[in-house]
Ligand binder design. Structure first.
Ligand code: SF4
Ligand code: SF4
Length: 419
């Protein structure tokens, strides 16, 4: 037996409940596209057991199979023994970092790119320059994949428009609800019009919207890569930035950010004061779909929209991590003129999974193809999703698999058209 982290040991002990029933094989996207035992929960569990029991080393192959897990959580939902494979996989990543250190590229990504919305935007600008120069074909693998996946890059980010150019002023009168809007890195850089649409919808729901000038990334990438110290530092800054504004609620348009922000209260805080602040912060956090339907009471505006068919893709962090699946559908179905079409396997991961689509491009693309086939089968004109990473991946999917007539939007953007 190896000496391993307490939490890893605890989960390892639970793995003997695996009855090898194979239910995870029916729902695992990575298994479906590879048909390899080591690419589904049952196989990944076996690898972890072999490692903890000291029969296996952390070889390159081990690392690859472990890191090819999307962390989507479909296996956990399907597993009669409730074995937490995504968490086991995450803890194994931390174990690898402990033994071999963090790969330089991951470390750079966390420190320099995913540190804040501004630093992320600066990297996106480089891709924009590269596109203008037309040198994509010359780029090495992962960068080339990234370049292909990112959609058309807006000239200005939301923060550029909002803070530097003051393109939009706040509503003068304070609303019934004082709402802080956590605009995540991806939304800020690539989807500024989504933010303005959401602000419009919120203001039409009697909300005063505040976007603090200074805050960081949500910290989820740092958690997933096992950089716990940095994720705690990030959380502290974000908590301060929003609590200082004395907001009643904190909303985001990103399923990953809302999941991460809600988790701050469960971090391993050292001081009671930090714990209390984290609790005060996390208890105010809502995904925008959840906030409109469950908190303020959904309103649809008076403007008619042209009849259109719309489908919805469940982001894993909304559906599985936060159990938010009825709210976005309710929003879409309440808009006169929208014909809602449920797609098959709506809750299957689209293959975006953070940086997975860049790092494991081939597998991600196969997973995406299955998703786009399902989108196509509905015949819908719009495919919607509640997470910018999914929006980016679906947009890439429509370009890669010739679904050019389909438009990709956040569900609240369709609601915004009624105001
Ligand atoms: S569903 Fe659970 S119990 Fe069944 S094989 Fe998969 S991990 Fe084991
Ligand atoms: S988390 Fe998703 S990708 Fe990973 S083993 Fe489970 S179902 Fe498969």
């Amino acid at each position: 037996m190896r000496t391993v982290d307490e939490r890893l040991r605890e989960l390892y002990l639970r793995t003997d409940r695996c009855v090898r029933c194979g239910r995870c094989s029916a729902v695992c996207p990575t298994y479906k596209v590879t048909l390899k035992e080591s690419m589904l929960a049952r196989g990944r569990i076996k690898l972890v057991r072999e490692y903890v029991e000291a029969n296996l080393q952390l070889s390159k192959r081990f690392k690859l199979y472990n890191n090819l897990c999307l962390g989507c959580g479909a296996c956990l939902d399907a597993c009669p023994a409730r074995i937490e494979t995504p968490e086991l996989v995450r803890l194994m990543k931390i174990e690898m970092i402990k033994q071999y250190g963090m790969p330089v590229i991951d470390s750079l990504l966390l420190k320099r790119v995913l540190a804040s919305p501004q630093s992320f935007r600066n990297i996106i600008k480089l891709f924009s320059i590269n596109r203008k120069l037309g040198i994509t074909k010359l780029l090495p693998g992962m960068i080339k994949a990234t370049e292909q996946i990112i959609p058309e890059i807006p000239k200005k980010s939301f923060r550029d428009l909002y803070f530097t150019h003051r393109k939009r002023e706040m509503k003068n009168s304070p609303g019934k609800y004082k709402v802080g809007y956590f605009v995540g890195c991806l939304t800020n850089a690539l989807f500024p019009s989504l933010v303005f649409d959401i602000i419009k919808v919120l203001e039409n729901h009697d909300c005063e919207v505040i976007v603090p000038e200074e805050y960081d990334c949500c910290g989820l990438p740092h958690q997933s890569y096992g950089d716990i110290a940095r994720s705690r530092k990030i959380a502290t800054r974000n908590i301060e930035a929003f609590l200082q504004k004395q907001v009643d609620y904190i909303v985001t348009d990103c399923g990953t950010c809302s999941h991460a922000l809600k988790e701050y209260q469960n971090y391993d805080w050292i001081h009671d004061e930090e714990k209390l602040k984290a609790k005060a912060f996390s208890s105010r956090v809502f995904d925008i779909n959840e906030f409109l339907v469950d908190i303020v009471g959904l309103k649809v505006g008076p403007k008619p929209i042209k009849e259109c068919s719309v489908t919805y893709h469940d982001s894993c962090h909304l559906n599985r991590s936060q159990k938010i699946f009825s709210q976005p559908r309710k929003i879409l179905m309440s808009i006169p003129g929208v014909v809602y079409k449920e797609m098959p396997e709506a809750n299957w991961c689209c293959g975006a999974a953070g940086s997975y689509s860049f790092q494991h491009h081939d597998i991600s693309q196969k997973i995406l193809q299955r998703k786009m086939d399902n989108v196509k089968s509905t015949g819908a004109q719009y495919v919607t999703a509640g997470c910018p990473a999914c929006l980016m991946q679906l947009d890439y999917g429509k370009r890669a698999f010739s679904l050019n007539s389909v438009e990709v939007l956040h569900p609240v953007q369709i609601l915004a058209r009624t105001f």
